[in-house]
Design a protein around this ligand. Structure first.
Ligand SMILES: Cc1cc2nc3c(=O)[nH]c(=O)nc-3n(C[C@H](O)[C@H](O)[C@H](O)COP(=O)(O)O)c2cc1C
Length: 378
């Protein structure tokens, strides 16, 4: 959610003064929650080196639904944390599986940069198309190898999901889009910066956001994951983070709280809606990914594709924000889901991902649980 709209809530008064006052500002960064971005790649065990990068993967609502068991000297098993499901917005765990695909691809890239090849077996004990469960998502084995490093790995530390408005005075060049679309992918990647398409997707993604927000159970699923201010973010470095002095001051003043955000008459709700729709309305182009079939393996492959597309945008200096609302599978969203599929997959297939792109302000990395918190013994 972007910050600009929320400034309006302060009315320029005491809260804004507090939120911009020196000492308060400099002490509000949730350093512990952001530390995993510094410790990635500092381990002796090559698996831990790769896994400490993998936890930086993009993933829906920053749920970080991974648990890893280290096997022997050179193996690991990835499990899905069933506590992290999003039953209302992701009823079949499709998006969460894509996030696990981003994780595995980032692990593979990091291992390659360290001189290791990774052999991966997906769902070795089978899978369920309705829901992920406690069975392994993947087993992996690391072997020392002269595997070529992946050029996209250079951009991992600069990669972000940019949830701020983009600059509508800066257009995207056709050559820039063309370079991004040349990213090798398993699924079909597409994109457009044509004014008619941009106007179409701006409108559709805005309407889809309204559906999610105005459907009480889907909106509550997000609001329950709000982490507001440094203490909450450090205690739970996942979910939807509202860091920085402004949100913290609004929270102390009782204006920006989870309860207020659910109250459709509150400033938190009104400005929240304004902020997210300012994002959809400042898209300067869109990217999408379509798979022919929709198996768990397809979803994992789409995660790898999506990470690579996100990194290609980072390489080009472009802001990138997935906009998954029209792809979500619940009855209230079905009209937007159908329109999106008719336009992007007219011959059949599943639109797995959709994003807006444009030039945005620099943004902070998002919180992560350290890899140590994700090593389990399933
Ligand atoms: C499958 C998938 C769906 C996502 N959908 C959205 C979305 O609808 N809106 C959004 O702002 N971000 C979306 N994201 C981005 C995540 O919110 C983001 O990756 C996460 O908060 C971590 O932040 P980071 O990417 O900056 O590290 C999605 C990411 C994935 C992998």
């Amino acid at each position: 959610m972007n910050r600009r709209g929320f400034l309006k809530m302060t009315g320029g008064g005491v809260i804004l003064a507090a939120a911009t006052g020196g000492a308060f500002v400099t002490t509000r960064r949730p350093d512990a929650a952001l530390a995993p971005w510094q410790t990635a790649g500092t381990y002796v065990d090559p698996r831990m080196n790769a896994l400490s990068h993998a936890i930086l993967a993009p993933n829906p609502h920053n749920r970080q639904p991974w648990i890893v068991r280290l096997d022997g000297d050179d193996g690991a098993t990835l499990f899905f944390d069933t506590e992290k499901q999003l039953p209302h917005t992701d009823p079949f765990d499709r998006q969460l599986t894509i996030g696990l695909g981003c994780f595995l691809e980032l692990m593979r890239m990091a291992a390659a940069a360290d001189g290791y090849a990774v052999e991966t077996k997906l769902f070795p004990q089978g899978e369920d198309a309705q829901s992920l469960d406690n069975r392994p998502v993947a087993t992996v084995r690391f072997t020392k190898s002269s595997v070529a490093p992946d050029a996209l790995f250079d951009h991992v530390m600069q990669r972000r999901s940019n949830k701020e408005p983009f600059d509508t005075d800066r257009t995207i060049h056709a050559e820039t889009l063309s370079r991004i679309l040349q990213t090798p992918t398993t699924a079909r990647v597409g994109g457009s910066i044509a004014p008619d398409d941009v106007a179409f997707w701006r409108a559709l993604t805005t309407q889809a956001l309204h559906v999610e927000i105005e459907t009480p159970r889907t909106f509550k699923e997000s609001v329950d994951l709000f982490r507001i201010g440094k203490a909450e973010i450090n205690a739970n470095p996942d979910g939807i983070d509202f860091g920085g002095p402004l949100f913290e001051a609004l929270s102390h003043a009782g204006i920006m709280t989870r309860e207020a955000s659910l109250d459709t008459g509150s400033q938190a709700y009104i400005q929240g809606v304004a902020a997210v729709t300012e994002n959809t309305q400042t898209a300067m182009g869109h990217l999408w990914l379509v798979s022919d079939t929709n198996t768990r393996a397809d979803q994992i492959a789409c995660g790898a594709d999506w990470l690579r597309i996100n990194l290609a945008c980072t390489r080009e200096g472009l802001g990138f924000q997935p906009l998954s609302q029209p792809l979500q599978e619940y009855p209230e969203m079905s009209a937007h889901f159908a329109t999106t599929h008719a336009r992007l997959a007219p011959g059949g297939g599943t639109v797995q991902m959709l994003a807006r792109i444009g030039y945005g302000p620099g943004v902070e990395v998002s919180p992560r649980w350290p890899i140590e918190a994700k090593i389990g013994t399933m």
